[in-house]
Design a protein around this ligand. Structure first.
Ligand code: B12
Length: 214
């Protein structure tokens, strides 16, 4: 089986919720064979996207969604060591979190891994992060970039709330803001007053570098 076929099979194993150990072994095999981690990131995204579609159409239930989340997190654990690590982060500091009301963190964690392996120092505030915690972190950590993730349509307004709160505390000009996550867009980013939007973890790094002129 060539790399393309193996990647297609891995994607199917993910959305068919195959045995988790088999999935991890398959992912590791591909990485050991020299397949780019970025290719696996695409496969994870497509596999989970299909799980989401099946959930939406009623074919899968919450338990399957949860299983998909576990599989996604486990493959990221396999993948992270294959992203080259940077001893001394020098590109800048990023504070990141998933906004309040949202517990999704697989995509955010991929963004964190990619930023770290590209030379950024990252302070990860985790999931369900209230606006005040973002404000406190900007004050304490003095990052060049604040990054927010959101996967739920109903939690998107939280991103605007964080930006409004930064303005209210006269902190907005001290930090560049990047947002991302499935329901967001460049248009939405502009509308709420963010500086940039990234479609995926690879773009997150590009956008962060561009914002800082690196
Ligand atoms: C796995 C999953 C879960 C897991 C999450 C586990 C975890 N640890 O994250 C669990 C089971 C907890 C879950 C729960 C729920 N979920 Co859910 N979930 C998913 C699923 C299948 C995959 C998400 C995922 O990880 N994708 C893979 C990653 C790699 O992609 P990503 O997150 O989009 O991230 C990439 C980009 O968006 C971008 N990115 C992300 N963040 C950032 C940040 C920055 C700064 C940048 C630049 C880029 C960036 O880069 C990432 C990497 O390339 C999606 C389906 C889907 N199509 O997304 C539904 C989905 C997001 N969930 C959904 C729903 C409805 C729910 C629940 C409400 C279900 C329920 N009835 O309880 C709850 C909500 C819980 C809560 N309060 O948050 C809906 C949301 C619908 C909507 N429009 O709001 C979706 C779309 C499913 C669907 N099609 O209906 N879910």
């Amino acid at each position: 089986m060539n790399d393309e076929e193996s990647l297609t099979e891995l994607c199917k194993m993910i959305y068919d919720l195959d045995d988790i150990e088999k999935i991890k072994t398959k992912a590791k095999e591909l990485l050991d064979r020299g397949v780019e981690p970025k290719r696996l990131i695409d496969v994870i995204s497509h596999g989970l996207e299909e799980i989401g579609n099946r959930y939406e159409s009623g074919e899968y239930f919450l338990s399957e969604l949860i299983m998909g989340g576990i599989i996604g997190s486990e493959i990221i654990n396999v993948l992270t060591p294959y992203l080259k690590s940077v001893e001394t982060p020098r590109l800048g500091k990023v504070v990141i979190g998933t906004v309040k009301g949202d517990l999704h963190d697989i995509g955010k964690n991929l963004v964190v891994s990619m930023l770290r392996s590209s030379g950024f120092e990252v302070v990860d505030l985790g999931i369900d992060v209230p606006a005040q915690k973002f404000i406190d972190a900007v004050r304490k950590e003095e990052p060049e970039i604040l990054a927010m993730s959101c996967l739920l349509t109903m939690a998107m307004d939280e991103m605007k709330r964080v930006i409004d709160e930064l303005k209210r505390h006269s902190l907005r000009d001290k930090v560049k803001i990047i947002i991302g996550g499935r329901p967001t867009s460049l248009e939405f980013a502009r509308r709420i007053g963010a500086d940039a939007w990234g479609r995926d973890a690879v773009e997150a790094v590009k956008v962060a570098k561009t914002l800082l002129g690196r």
